[in-house]
Design a protein around this ligand. Structure first.
Ligand SMILES: NC(=O)c1ccc[n+]([C@@H]2O[C@H](COP(=O)([O-])OP(=O)(O)OC[C@H]3O[C@@H](n4cnc5c(N)ncnc54)[C@H](OP(=O)(O)O)[C@@H]3O)[C@@H](O)[C@H]2O)c1
Length: 322
């Protein structure tokens, strides 16, 4: 039975994906998230409805200690046979953080820590434990591309400079807006996905690294830190129709969750490494990402700076070993 680990698998797109995987592919699932209280009811629902094995793993992607503890616990589960070899790792958890700038327990700006550094470290700590021809899928976002309507609406992504991003707001200068921090974190996610693909190929690895855009879905918890009237308005048919007309990528919880599940396990995505797949208006297609996302020099710099920030030890560099 394949095992799929989903960060943020108890809510929104991640939970819909988990349901699809449980019902269609009957995968063993590992839901990874920061609150056992929020994960356990979702895990129980999956067990009861589909009879699949579901394990919960405590993981706060904004905390390096938590990521290390989660990776160690997951390795123990693998070693003891309590979890079958890992076929797919879905780096899906993420957030947009409106309000005053906050920092992670490690002192890094929260959006960058949560959406970028936590998954970067998790991947490095787990990739050597993945089954052959396994898949790592990063939930990115069309907002990463400043030339698209998605990117313009949220706030155009800025330079994906890890050091500047983790320090955002610390130097007394005006911090980036929550929207720009979010879109830039997704640009970094794209750069990680492509750089991981190149590194794995250079090391003759069989693991795939894929980027996914679910499209805009106001029904999930993503907008939860925005003012209530904005959240309400975003869900109205009028606003959705307007967004569609101006060219914003249209997702839905059901279609985008099902798309993520397909990318996770469907053989037709077996050769999707290094690709960007987008769900838009009921279709899942490969598409071009932003110009900057293909910049290999920027990707290598982001990767190396991220290694420093997560204090990765040379012996932990799984992507070098395969
Ligand atoms: N909805 C959209 O329009 C849209 C569009 C493009 C991309 N995306 C991306 O899709 C992914 C899923 O988001 P969603 O729309 O399904 O929103 P959601 O309903 O808010 O789900 C986000 C998930 O991430 C988890 N999470 C947040 N911060 C975390 C942390 N520090 N550590 C561990 N888990 C954390 C949440 O768990 P908690 O219960 O602990 O908060 C939740 O399970 C995100 O990466 C998002 O950026 C969404």
């Amino acid at each position: 039975m394949p095992t799929v680990l989903i960060t943020g698998g108890h809510a929104g797109i991640g939970f819909e994906c988990a349901k699809q995987l449980a019902s269609r592919s009957r995968c063993d699932l590992v839901l990874a998230g920061r609150s056992v209280e929020r994960m356990e009811p979702a895990a129980q629902q999956l067990r009861t409805s589909y009879g699949v094995k579901v394990t919960t793993l405590k993981l706060d992607t904004s905390s390096l200690v938590s990521v290390r503890e989660a990776a160690a616990e997951f390795r123990t589960l693998l070693d003891s046979g309590n979890v079958a070899p890992l076929d797919t790792l879905l780096c899906n958890a993420g957030g947009r953080h409106n309000g005053p700038t906050t920092y992670s327990p490690d002192g890094y700006e929260t959006t960058f820590a949560t959406n970028c550094l936590g998954h970067f470290l998790l991947v490095e700590l787990l990739v050597d434990r993945m089954a052959d021809a396994g898949r790592i899928v990063f939930t990115a976002s069309g907002t990463h591309d400043p030339d698209t309507m998605d990117g313009k609406m949220v706030g155009k992504a800025v330079e994906p400079d890890a050091i500047a991003l983790e320090n955002d707001g610390k130097d007394g200068k005006k911090p980036l807006s929550a929207g720009v921090r979010y879109s830039t974190s997704k640009l970094c996610t794209m750069l990680y996905a492509y750089e991981l693909h190149r590194r794995l190929r250079r090391a003759d690895g069989s693991i795939a690294s894929i980027a996914f855009d679910p499209g805009s879905i106001p029904e999930t918890g993503l907008l939860r830190t925005m003012p209530k009237p904005v959240q309400w308005l975003a869900k109205t048919a009028l606003m959705k129709g307007l967004m569609k007309r101006i060219g914003v990528t249209q997702g839905s919880v059901s279609f985008s969750g099902a798309s993520l599940a397909q990318i996770a396990v469907d053989p037709i995505y077996g050769d999707a490494s290094g690709k960007y797949l987008q769900s838009n208006d009921g279709a899942l297609n490969e598409t071009r990402s932003s110009k900057m996302s293909y910049d290999e020099q920027r990707a290598a710099k982001l990767w190396n700076d991220s290694k420093t920030l997560v204090r990765l030890q040379p012996s932990e560099e799984s992507t070098q070993l395969r």
